[in-house]
Write a protein that binds this ligand. Structure first.
Ligand code: MIC
Ligand code: SF4
Length: 649
């Protein structure tokens, strides 16, 4: 039977389950990646599984998020990650090497392979034809140990590209266009497969920008074919041997199709405070801009930064705008330096930033009060920059540079002659010396002492599901609550390895009393329940957004809908993810209400149907949770680690 690309890769990696959309599927994972902000917990959980080494073909541990090192915490984390990598046979990417997704694309990704990463932008690998999926750290730990990854078999949408991009319009505008069509919610359980004649017009960095930001749609992943362009990219990275051709069979079928004519696209921007609020740059023209930042795993490739440097050549940035550039990898910096492009950037007045996540995660370069910041990154959630009142717009590198020069939103096409599309080099500068390959790669060095500074905490353990839930609606939130709302990033990130400490900041900017209220309920023997609207848990893969609430005694969430990675994380940490049967019942609970669910354990192990009794208001609200047998076992045992420890899964 004719297969599309997604079906080809999924069927080649199927361990169990069925390739029927909506059914649970277990996949063999070829490669894993972690980054430092999620990695410490992933490796602590891996350690607790008692395995003697990593079993996946390749596991890489990147340090790219918390590289600022204010205080001892980040440095402690790096030392732990380095030692644990050596001990278990994980490749360690030292700070200074670059951003995980850019580096993985450059040095390790393989068309046709599966990649599981503890970061929601792992689908960047889809740019070279991988099925690359973001997941919580514990799922990645299981995959490192050779265990399969369980997911809901997705529906596949074909995004059929025709035509070619006009000068001044680039990959970011393609994905912003897709976001304008599909929005940031309602896309769970879907993969976007790109195809059509327009694919040939896009280089690998452009494809990777598009698959990277597919994460903002909430899809499981996005994938491009592997063709002659992919082959030249891998060849230029000295890895032509990793290339295989990958195309959909003639007559392959898709659930739905979206047609995009690349010629018809124009520069776009995602407006505050969601990647799904799209406007044309032309409609914003003239609006004053205070900050422009180019970089992040979405737009920090050699192609993007060379384009920026050429646009800035011989010019100066506007006196009212601060401009920063954070390259994606050391390779990119070296190539820019050798070609004199770094000089173009610096002499234009750009502040060169470290090749790391940096500004994107809000750990520096916070804009001023009420400032408008144009960024080439992928998320503009409120407060993510570290400045609650800042207004962040997500744009292409071309639009970012246009504003850097003029001080206002400017359609780059109005700037006059734009540089011609940057050609990929025939050979990239390859220098893998900031990767520490374990001498006995994949085997590990059993005697290695693991370095545990005071910032390295313990993994909290979950308690089995009670027969009955006696609880309190500890918080009630609205729609589109992101993991940044639940577990703030930025300056708080450094507590990632220490759950009791990090838990103090759960919902910090939504309800500053959350920690105190939740702790008081827990200490009084009551369970905490979170009540939410649509699309709860958008954004990152950070499992802390489930782990820290679990630590504070949260045992159930009742929402109108829940996003994929977060849903899996809730189950992994023993929090029951209920959906209102009648969305209007959301109005029947207020913060602080006493809630009781009789027969909770029975409901979860059975058909997932339960009734929430709102004791305070005398209402009975039907709720449901759709769980696989494995997920039921995990919840009943109090989470994945507990279930693994008891041998239940
Ligand atoms: C993000 O962009 O929000 C992050 C930080 O990269 C997260 C991972 C994390 O929370 O560490 C992600 O996207 O998964
Ligand atoms: Fe890093 Fe930002 Fe990419 Fe997350 S989105 S991996 S913080 S660059």
């Amino acid at each position: 039977m004719a297969q599309n690309i997604v079906e080809k890769i999924l069927s080649a990696h199927r361990v169990s389950g069925e390739l029927i959309p909506g059914k649970e599927l277990a996949l063999r994972i070829d490669q894993t990646l972690t980054q430092d902000a999620t990695g410490t917990m992933a490796y602590l959980q891996f350690e607790s599984m008692g395995l003697d080494r990593v079993k996946a073909d390749l596991a890489v541990s990147y340090v790219d998020h918390n590289t600022i090192q204010v205080g001892f915490e980040n440095a402690d984390d790096h030392a732990y990650l380095k030692s644990v990598a050596q001990r278990y046979g994980v490749v360690f990417s030292r700070p200074g090497n670059g951003i995980c997704h850019q580096l993985h694309l450059e040095r390790f990704g393989k068309p046709g392979a599966t990649l599981l990463g503890s970061d929601s932008h792992t689908p960047t690998g889809g740019g070279i034809g991988m099925i690359a999926i973001g997941a919580g750290g514990i799922d990645v730990a299981v995959a490192m140990g050779g265990g399969p990854f369980f997911l809901t078999c997705p529906k596949v949408t074909l995004v059929r590209l025709t035509g070619s991009l006009k000068p001044g319009v680039s990959a970011k505008d393609v994905i912003l266009n897709v976001l304008s069509v599909y929005g940031t919610n309602g896309n769970v359980g879907r993969v976007l497969e790109y195809g059509g004649p327009g694919v040939a017009d896009l280089g690998v960095p452009a494809r990777a920008t598009i698959t990277n930001m597919g994460a903002e749609l909430g899809v499981t992943t996005s994938v491009f074919p592997s063709d002659a362009t992919t082959r030249s990219f891998l060849k230029a990275q000295g890895r032509e041997r990793d290339w295989v051709e990958l195309a959909a069979d003639a007559g392959a079928s898709y659930d739905t199709t979206l047609e995009i004519d690349l010629c018809a696209l124009e520069p776009l921007a995602a407006c505050p405070h969601s990647p799904g609020v799209i406007a044309t740059v032309a409609s914003l023209a003239g609006k004053k801009v205070q900050q422009v930042l180019i970089g992040s795993c979405t737009n920090s490739s050699y192609r993007d930064l060379k384009t920026a440097a050429l646009m800035l050549r011989g010019k100066k940035i506007h006196p009212d705008v601060e401009v920063g550039v954070a390259p994606g990898s050391r390779q990119v910096v070296e190539m820019l330096a050798k070609e004199g492009l770094l000089t173009d950037l610096v002499s234009a007045g750009v502040r060169m930033l470290e090749n790391a996540c940096g500004f994107c995660i809000g750990n520096h370069m916070s804009p001023g009060t009420d400032a408008i910041s144009l960024r080439t990154s992928n998320r503009n959630f409120e407060g993510r920059t570290g400045t609650q009142s800042a207004q962040v717009y997500l744009v292409s590198p071309e639009t970012a540079v246009a504003a850097a020069l003029t001080g206002v939103f400017t359609d780059p096409r109005t700037l006059g002659a734009l540089p011609t599309e940057v050609a990929e080099p025939a050979a990239f500068d390859v220098d893998d010396s900031l990767f520490l390959f374990c001498e006995t790669a994949g085997k590990g060095v059993p005697g290695t002492a693991i370095v545990r500074g005071p910032n390295i905490g313990q993994v909290p353990s979950g308690k089995p599901l009670p027969e009955k839930l006696d609880g309190v609606a500890v918080i009630k939130v609205g729609d589109k609550i992101t993991t940044d709302h639940i577990m703030p990033a930025g300056a708080r990130l450094k507590y990632r390895s220490n759950v009791p400490q990090y838990a103090k900041y759960v919902f910090e900017h939504v309800d500053p009393a959350f920690h105190a209220n939740a702790s008081a309920n827990r200490d009084a023997g009551l369970y905490n329940v979170i009540v939410a609207g649509e699309s709860y848990g958008q954004g990152s893969s950070r499992e802390h957004a489930a782990m820290c609430p679990m630590y504070l005694g949260v045992k159930a969430l009742i929402a109108k809908s829940i996003e994929r990675i977060h849903l899996a994380n809730l189950i992994n940490f023993g929090i029951v993810p209920f959906i209102f049967d009648n969305p209007a019942d959301y109005g029947a609970i207020k913060q602080g209400d006493k809630l009781v669910i009789d027969g909770l354990r029975e409901a979860v192990s059975g058909d997932g149907k339960a009734v929430v009794k709102n004791v305070t208001r005398g209402a009975s609200l039907p709720v449901s949770t759709a769980l696989s047998t494995r997920q039921k076992t995990i919840l009943v045992n109090g989470g994945l680690l507990a279930a693994v420890a008891t041998g239940a899964v």
